[in-house]
Write a protein that binds this ligand. Structure first.
Ligand SMILES: Nc1ncnc2c1ncn2[C@@H]1O[C@H](COP(=O)(O)OP(=O)(O)OP(=O)(O)O)[C@@H](O)[C@H]1O
Length: 332
């Protein structure tokens, strides 16, 4: 059995429907109406110990809800989750000892305490032994430069310093599994590199990592498996290297011509003017048209002087996914 197993996982949120204004609020008190929102729908996931998985999808796709279900914060409406063979919600305390969670936008440090005191409290909560505690702080200092942050009160930390301290707080009890939500958001390049190096080291130590991020650099650096969720459903689960070939069907070709082919169209493609009057950009679906067919068709109207094919990048795919203008499900 894999370390993390989810089968047919579903989470439905019930939301009150209120008409606007005071009248609407009063009516709602008398006749309550609700709509159901399916945030996670029939999700199957199987993650082996030591795997590092990037979990991505547009805003509202269901990433956080999945992580909350896997970490036992939420109870599924249907389906099953097992982490290390146990139900993370029913065995929340046992589960808390084996997982670490970092939400980049929120801190788990005590705001008015120096970082050192927050870590000491977490040490007591998780019953980390003195030797382990000392060794781990030394390691956090080596990789994250934690030492200089220990005397600083949490609310005085910069964002990058806070993230380094929060990583230490999430990992102090050496969890087997870590869920990281945007661990490099808003960080400058130097700190980002440091955090990524730390995550790579964590991975080498055999920690299972589930990472949610907008940053392709994080994904490429830390993960070898990519899971994409769209409107609550998993639409891709596989190697990072395969996703582009499998899902980005759109190709863009820029052609320089000897004359302006005004009004020229091509069925199955979108033709737009390029940077100069004699350049056109043809956007087409690589499964229904080939580059050769595009060139042959335009050659009947003008001489083709130069051809440029813009290969889609994974970065582009990730960016468009987050912008909500790429639908993978419809292409499968
Ligand atoms: N506690 C809740 N009550 C009602 N609806 C919720 C609740 N939590 C999440 N949702 C809804 O469920 C859907 C999925 O939300 P979720 O936070 O899992 O998305 P996400 O992929 O993490 O998005 P983001 O990238 O914006 O954080 C959204 O439509 C959201 O509004």
């Amino acid at each position: 059995m894999a370390l993390i197993e989810a089968a047919g996982l579903r989470k439905v949120f019930r939301r009150p429907v209120k008409d606007p204004g005071l009248g609407g609020a009063l009516r709602h008190l008398v006749t309550r109406r609700y709509t159901d929102l399916v945030a996670v729908d029939e999700v199957d996931l199987s993650i082996e110990a030591g795997e590092s998985v990037a979990y991505i999808g547009a805003n509202g796709a269901g990433k956080s809800t999945t992580v909350k279900l896997l970490s036992g914060i939420l109870v599924p409406t249907a389906g099953q989750v097992r982490v290390g063979g146990t139900d993370p919600h029913r065995h929340r305390i046992a589960n808390a000892r084996r997982i670490g969670v970092l939400f980049g936008q929120r801190s788990q440090l005590w705001w008015d305490l120096p970082v050192r005191d927050s870590l000491a409290l977490l040490r007591d909560i998780y019953r980390v032994g003195d030797d382990d505690y000392r060794r781990r702080l030394e390691r956090f200092d080596e990789v994250l430069g934690l030492g200089e942050l220990l005397p600083v009160v949490a609310r005085k930390l910069s964002l990058g310093q806070r993230m380094r301290a929060d990583l230490a707080a999430a990992l102090l009890h050496a969890p087997d599994v870590v869920y990281l939500d945007e661990p490099t958001i808003g960080l400058d390049l130097a700190v980002k590199d440091r955090v990524r190096a730390f995550l790579r080291a964590l991975r080498q130590d055999g920690t299972t990592i589930m990472l949610t991020t907008h940053d392709l650099g994080d994904i490429e650096d830390v993960c070898d498996r990519l899971v994409i969720i769209e409107a609550g459903r998993i639409v891709y689960d596989g190697a990072l290297s395969r996703v582009k070939d499998e899902y980005v069907r759109e190709r863009r070709m820029r052609l320089s011509l000897d004359r302006d082919p005004a009004g020229w169209t091509l069925p199955g493609a979108v033709v737009t003017p390029g940077a100069t009057g004699r350049e056109i950009v043809v956007t087409f679906d690589r499964l229904t048209l080939t580059a050769g067919a595009v060139i042959a068709a335009v050659s009947a109207h003008a001489e083709v002087l130069e051809v440029h094919i813009d290969e889609p990048t994974i970065e582009d795919l990730v960016r468009r996914l987050y912008a909500g203008d790429l639908t993978l499900a419809a292409q499968t």
